[in-house]
Design a protein. Structure first.
Length: 429
């Protein structure tokens, strides 16, 4: 099949590269620099497996920043543009409607438009009306939400837990069956629903994972007060298949491009529809409090003020093995530490450039791209994400770098027994 993918961010680029293994794919994005890099064969994203697959499928991939190069002649379009959080918490659909306008303008044959972007419930139906009102041909819009997790995006799409399709009444499944013929025989559930259900499945899934994280963070707060260990609690809870072990790691809370935005968007929608979600409101509140409480804990350790204390923050990306700093919990953590008068040195292996752009301007905030230099002379080291190089640190490394080693582990990445030789604080244990 001839396919166009519109929006080459995380989801769009990975979709394009995977689909090019089986189809002819044109990728459109309005970011010229990105397209120029992709045209040179540079994968742009640091995602395991992506660069190899991109090289392998290069013969079936074409990239352009000109929609007229990409859209005409195509029977299938995937829209994967970003839908960022707007000021009132709802999703900003500017880029989404730009994509519809391009499809309406350049689409020259009947088309199936597959929506991968996370959009408010009801948008798929509106998009179908919009295209059929503005375009020259007949358009069928299918909601096909993505569930990719950074770091496992390529493997995740090769073996998804399920594929969800929200199709309008009477629409054929033929295009989906052809597009995803390569999944046949792999026992992957294809779930067909009405469009509104598909849209809600995406939000409800992400929000449930966020809820699990906030729930375990609340349990961690209690565990600390009563002398329990939240990692023991979570491990035993997770053995019950009705609960499951994942997304029960207590820590500084969730960040990234999905959970913070999607929790707020669904909360906004639930309020608007007069079906308010108390669990969602609590999920968001607990997550906002988590880094602030951790900063207070650090301050309490030093007698209530951090004036004159050098605090090294290790890991600025929202999670390990990425340079993505969107909604990283390191931001509110650092802001609070600065309010508490700390001297902060922020370290990340590769995300400093991105982080700085939105970080507070403060003479007490410095950066280091050398791990041991950041720790040297610090009064306390704070672990802010779960990067592999941080996981690999041993108590002896803190002893070597610091005069009096004090560690605040905001991701519970070390075993208590491995840190008994130093002053070690973590979350909920
Ligand atoms: C997430 C979802 O997993 C994915 O299905 C969705 O489509 C997009 O959002 P991603 O943003 O890549 O993917 O990150 P994820 O690995 O889910 O982690 C999100 C945040 O939660 C990170 O900040 C992580 O540190 C935090 N987290 C995760 C926890 O604090 N505890 C956990 O147990 C798991």
């Amino acid at each position: 099949m001839d396919i166009v993918v519109i929006g080459l961010g995380y989801v769009g680029l990975i979709d394009a590269v995977i689909l090019a293994g089986y189809h002819q794919v044109a990728g459109y994005d309005n970011n010229r620099d990105k397209i120029q890099s992709l045209q040179k064969g540079e994968p742009v994203l640091n995602e395991p497996g992506l660069s190899t697959l991109m090289a392998k499928n290069a013969g079936h991939l074409f990239f352009s920043f000109n929609p007229s190069d990409c859209i005409p002649g195509k029977a299938v379009a995937l829209i994967a543009v970003d839908t960022p959080e707007s000021q009132n918490g709802s999703a900003d659909l500017t880029h989404f409607y730009d994509s519809l306008d391009n499809i309406a303008k350049y689409g020259d044959r009947d088309m199936t438009v597959i929506i991968r972007s996370t959009v408010p419930v009801g948008t798929n139906r509106l998009a179908q009306q919009y295209l059929n009102n503005h375009g020259h041909c007949h358009f069928t819009v299918i909601s096909h939400p993505e569930f990719l997790s950074q770091g496992q995006a390529v493997s995740g799409i090769q073996k998804p837990y399920r594929l969800v399709f929200g199709i309008p009444e009477g629409a054929s499944k033929n295009v989906i069956n052809k597009l995803y013929a390569f999944y046949r025989g792999k026992k992957i559930p294809f779930i067909y629903t009405r469009p509104e259900s598909a849209e809600l499945i995406k939000y409800a899934s992400n929000n449930f994972l966020a809820l699990k994280i906030s729930y375990i963070n609340e349990i961690a707060r209690l565990a600390e007060k009563i002398g329990a260990d939240v990692t023991e609690v979570a491990a035993a809870m997770g053995l019950d298949p009705r609960i499951g072990p994942s997304f029960l790691n207590a820590g500084l809370g969730y960040g990234g491009s999905c959970f913070p935005k999607d929790t707020k968007a669904l909360n906004w929608l639930a309020d608007k529809k007069h079906a308010p979600s108390e669990t969602l409101k609590a999920t968001i509140k607990v997550n906002q409090e988590q880094p602030l409480l951790f900063a207070e804990k650090i301050a309490t350790h030093f007698g209530g003020t951090l004036s004159g204390k050098k605090i090294a923050i290790l890991g600025l990306a929202f999670k390990g093995e990425t340079t993505d700093v969107r909604n990283s919990q390191a931001y509110p953590l650092i802001e609070r530490l600065l309010e508490l008068k700390a001297e902060v040195v922020a370290y990340d292996r590769s995300a400093i450039g991105q982080f700085r752009k939105k970080a507070p301007q403060n003479s007490r905030l410095a950066y280091s791209d050398e791990l041991f230099a950041a720790m040297k002379g610090a009064d306390a080291v704070v672990i802010a994400n779960d990067a592999r190089e941080l996981r690999n640190l041993k108590a002896a490394d803190f002893v070597a770098a610091m005069e009096k080693p004090v560690v605040f582990d905001g991701r519970n990445i070390y075993k208590l027994k491995d840190m008994i030789s130093i002053e070690y604080n973590s979350i909920g244990r």
